[in-house]
Design a protein around this ligand. Structure first.
Ligand code: GLY
Ligand code: MN
Length: 464
């Protein structure tokens, strides 16, 4: 945990955005995997952690604006719990670390909420992403299960989103640490993968680094020779000479701050000429996007910078043609780059995605519905303290190529006969994590090999 003043100040800043009512924060429960007592890795809710810092299941945090009181509710362990789990501090003892002296057992918290509701006090809560929270909101506040998100407080979403979007110095230290572990995960894979291994063996090496650093992974590892599938979690293929390997993996550190990087490397010691050409174009898009970062610029513009660079690079090789600006505005580049250039990152790898991208990433503006642009999670003007990813890529998705070709889509911009030749190429992406500073940007964490020469230097170590 951070020092208790951090949590006291965060809650104070939040409280100042409201006049009256109750702010309700549901901490996460243990989540059962295949029977009740066999649970998934426990992950506290990030907003709960942000304001209360307590990384234990079953807690409820309340900020009572009218009584100027912060309260933690939860059940102390029974003797049976202690027999199985060892002795643990009481809720009261734990809450001191969050600067909170008012605590109660869970039934008292439920009584508090029911009483607030009966007095028609405004109870603000955030959208629920776990079914047990929907059930709590139904049982405690009579919010119908299918209306928990509709009934969530937009005022609270906006206040939390704006506050958490600006990372403090102590948060940036945490993020630097998580990203450095993430770099180590990628370097471990580059120095380890060899033809004949399975994707799962490489994924296990990557996982090992995150666990050994004292944390966990920040999202399921993508370790694949089918990098054209964006969120590919299958690890069953045997990797062979000539394949291109895409790794997208990140660490979550002990305070639950995330890293999120992607790297692409040849399974052979060196890239083929074909791989080099496409890799370099995607990397040029990545570097151009990073170089354009500064406070005040809209991330949509950063996205278009990456898209233009990729479209132009592909034009030099004969994949695309025509006016780049018109092509990118129309979305023709999305045949190769059907997703966004990046997203906010913090405690959640897609930070606060559950609060709604239109609030967190677009400051309330609507998102585009155009194929490609609709997957851009971040479009707002950048401010110092924002932490985001840059991750454009080039993907040859056979089904998408077939579909667009059959529809004669964008024939003025796309040379399908050339694209056909690369249908089995796969995909390539580089991803780094970046802080927007007062006048520029800073790439977080230890550097990761990304030039062709640097990647081949790392790959050589696997073959020593
Ligand atoms: N690294 C996974 C993602 O950004 O979706
Ligand atoms: Mn990412």
């Amino acid at each position: 945990m951070f020092n208790k003043e951090t949590y006291i100040n965060r809650r104070k800043q939040l409280r100042n955005q409201f006049k009256s009512g109750v702010l309700l924060f549901l901490g996460n429960e243990e989540s059962s995997m295949n029977y009740h007592d066999n649970t998934y890795h426990y992950r506290q809710d990030s907003t709960f952690l942000y304001y209360f810092g307590l990384d234990y299941p079953g807690l409820v945090g309340i900020i009572d604006l009218d009584e100027d009181k912060d309260i933690i509710f939860g059940n102390d362990l029974t003797i049976d719990d202690v027999v199985w789990m060892g002795s643990q501090p009481t809720i009261k003892e734990r809450s001191v670390n969050a600067g909170i002296s008012n605590t109660g057992q869970l039934n008292e918290g439920i009584d508090f909420l029911k009483s607030a509701k009966s007095k028609t006090r405004k109870i603000h809560f955030l959208p629920a992403y776990r079914p047990e929270h929907q059930i709590k909101l139904y049982n405690w506040l009579e919010i119908p299960i299918n209306e928990t998100n509709k009934s969530a407080s937009v005022d609270l979403i906006v206040a939390v989103g704006e506050q958490r979007n600006i990372k403090s110095v102590e948060e940036i230290e945490q993020l630097e640490q998580a990203v450095s572990v993430t770099t180590d995960m990628h370097l471990a894979a580059m120095r380890f993968a060899k033809p004949g291994m399975t994707e799962a063996q490489v994924a296990a090496k990557v996982y090992e680094v995150a666990l050994a650093a004292g944390g966990n992974i920040s999202f399921p590892i993508i370790a694949t020779i089918n990098g054209q599938t964006l969120h590919n979690h299958y690890h069953g293929n045997t990797i062979k000479e000539g394949d291109l390997f895409l790794l997208d993996a990140g660490a979550e550190n002990s305070l639950c701050y995330s890293g999120d990087m992607s790297s692409t490397f040849p399974v052979s010691a060196k890239f083929t000429e074909k791989q080099k050409e496409i890799y370099q174009i995607a990397l040029n898009g990545h570097n151009a996007a990073i170089e354009a970062l500064k406070p005040g610029i809209s991330f949509k513009e950063i996205h278009f910078t990456a898209a233009r660079t990729i479209f132009n690079g592909l034009k030099d090789l004969g994949f695309t043609k025509g006016n780049t600006e018109e092509a990118v505005q129309a979305g023709a580049h999305a045949l190769f780059f059907p997703c966004g250039t990046g997203h906010m990152m913090g405690m959640d790898v897609h930070d606060m995605e559950n609060l709604g991208e239109q609030y967190v990433g677009y400051a309330g503006e609507p998102k585009s519905t155009l194929f490609g642009l609709k997957s851009l999670r971040l479009g707002r003007k950048l401010e110092p303290g924002h932490v985001l990813t840059i991750e454009p890529g080039i993907y040859f998705i056979p089904e998408l190529i077939d579909l667009w070709k059959s529809q004669n889509k964008f024939t003025e911009f796309i040379n399908y006969s050339k694209v056909e030749e690369y249908k089995n190429f796969g995909g390539t992406r580089n991803e780094e994590d970046i802080l927007i500073t007062e006048d520029s940007y800073k790439i977080l964490g230890k550097p990761l090999a990304k030039s062709i020469a640097d990647v081949e230097t790392e790959r050589a170590k696997a073959f020593e």
